[in-house]
Design a protein around this ligand. Structure first.
Ligand code: SAM
Length: 491
């Protein structure tokens, strides 16, 4: 058994056949173009969208202030990248950043191209036979670290699995990601010459320490990426804290589709890590009541700290199972959400202990439930093992819907979103809502909000499909993640 070293262009992101067939089924199989739509989506998933989008927190900054600060920050960066920072055409609180140079050559190579051999490697012929570069010592990171690297992150020591012996602080190293599916785990600290797995070349970085410290330290950046096989995204961690939030474009437009108004009483059923909830607070200038629910207690405590850092004071965070939020007792004296949270006691973490809310309580509801995440980019591998596993997501999402619809006031709207391309969680879910809840109808999302219409073939009219937004990761016009948004009103 030997190691297999791929370039990103050679890597094939695969799906189980039944999942593939399911995702391909809505496309017109008579058309050559559509037959390969899923292939195109899988191909585009390997790298990040070219634009980094950042949403301006209007509670603590203006768009002009952020544009100027980002331009200043990026112009000081110590590398050869140039970035274009600009306001989004139609989304008023969105700023996009695009690198003007990319390293397409690295995308096609499985070793750093055109570099002189290191003297000590030229006498070691096995090295090139195994696929490792003669020009650089190499490190291999785990897959999740690799995907983060392709999103512009640096390499933390915890993500490094194995490395060549002898790497020194300041040395340029070749960086690979281990493709873990179906392979035996790689023990951390392994010498690269003993690695027998399959990996993909991600680019070149500069080591911040000697090899031994990769594996003896608990925290810290081990390698700073300098050239990436894919779009070169600016590292913005720790920049303009509280003033911006890095979000993919579709995630940021969801709340514009929700269109919250000052004074509204709004329920976010799945809040953590809080990107969309804090966006609501920003758009209503903290004027209103936003109930943020999240099942994970620890997650909610962290999310509450994030809300504080964003100055989002109109949000009441609650750790609860949102599928059980509907109260059916006390028909006579139904308290409003404001009365319920004002009279609730706090738990030992300071989160309000709320049992639930009464029917017809909310002006707007955001339902951004857990999903199969088959739209997230970049993805080096997909973990879903079978169609049964994929379809379970839709069943779970229906539980949130059954709770959300009664909680909505008549005339109120619910915005539903997922970060997947799976129609069972998107178009089919909307059809389910329309069929099982005749009180609900689709309403159009503002034309300023970009995206494609929903897929046809799920029992909805062309007009209804045009009211929804679908983001296709292989769409060349909007280079973004896979995403879906629908807005429904209770009659
Ligand atoms: C797609 S994420 C939400 C992302 C969030 N809206 C944002 O923009 O930052 C789904 C969240 O729902 C939470 N979740 C899962 N089951 C839940 C339940 N029964 N009740 C409440 N939250 C749940 C997950 O822990 C996860 O944080």
């Amino acid at each position: 058994m030997s190691s297999e070293v791929l370039s990103l262009s050679e890597l094939k992101v695969c799906l189980p056949q039944d999942v593939y067939n399911h995702l391909a089924s809505p496309y017109d199989t008579d058309s050559d173009d559509d037959v390969s739509r899923v292939e195109k989506i899988l191909e585009s998933m390997k790298i990040s969208p070219a634009d980094t989008c950042c949403r301006v927190n209007l509670l603590q900054a203006t768009v002009d202030e952020v544009v100027n600060a980002l331009k200043g920050h990026l112009s000081l960066m110590d590398n050869d990248h140039k970035y274009i920072v600009q306001k989004h055409d139609t989304i008023r609180d969105m700023v996009t950043i695009r690198a003007t140079c990319s390293h397409d050559d690295l995308y096609k190579c499985n070793v750093p191209p055109n570099a002189d051999p290191l003297d000590e490697f030229s006498c070691w012929t096995n090295r090139s036979k195994k696929g490792w570069p003669m020009s650089h010592r190499s490190i291999i990171v785990d897959r999740f670290c690799g995907e983060a690297v392709l999103r512009g992150a640096q390499i933390f020591v915890k993500g490094i699995l194995c490395a060549d012996g002898g790497i020194k602080e300041g040395e340029e190293v070749a960086v690979y990601a281990h493709l873990s599916a179906n392979s035996t785990p790689v023990p951390r600290g392994l010498l690269l010459e003993n690695y027998l797995g399959k990996c993909v070349f991600l680019g070149i970085g500069k080591s911040n320490c000697n090899r031994s410290e990769y594996f003896s330290q608990e925290t810290g950046v081990g390698v700073t990426m300098t050239k990436l096989a894919g779009p070169t995204l600016p590292p913005l961690n720790g920049i303009l804290v509280g003033k911006i939030m890095l979000q993919n474009l579709p995630s940021a437009v969801v709340v514009h589709a929700l269109d919250p108004q000052k004074g509204d009483v709004i329920l976010d059923l799945c809040s953590a890590p809080g990107g969309k909830t804090s966006h609501i607070a920003s758009l209503v200038s903290n004027d209103g009541l936003v109930i943020a629910c999240e099942k994970g207690k620890k997650k909610m405590v962290q999310t509450r700290e994030f809300f504080k850092s964003m100055g989002a004071s109109c949000i009441v965070p609650i750790a609860t199972d949102s599928t059980k939020l509907l109260l059916v007792d006390g028909a006579q004296n139904r308290l409003s959400p404001r009365q319920i949270v004002d009279s609730a006691a706090a738990d030992q973490d300071g989160l309000m202990k709320v049992r639930g809310f009464y029917p017809e309580s909310f002006d707007r509801i955001l339902l951004d439930p857990p999903c199969s995440a088959l739209g997230l980019r970049p993805k080096l591998q997909i973990d879903i093992k079978s169609l049964d596993e994929l379809l379970k997501h839709a069943e779970y999402q229906k539980r949130f819907v059954r709770c959300a619809v009664p909680l909505l006031k008549s005339g109120g709207t619910m915005t539903y979103s997922t970060c997947t391309i799976n129609p069972s969680e998107n178009e089919e879910m909307v059809k389910f809502i329309l069929s099982d809840f005749p009180c609900m109808k689709l309403v159009p999302i503002s034309e300023d909000i970009p995206g494609l219409p929903a897929l046809s073939g799920f029992g909805m009219s062309d007009e209804e499909c045009s009211m929804m937004r679908r983001f296709d990761p292989s769409d060349k016009n909007i280079d973004s993640m896979g995403f879906f948004i629908a807005k429904l009103q209770k009659m």
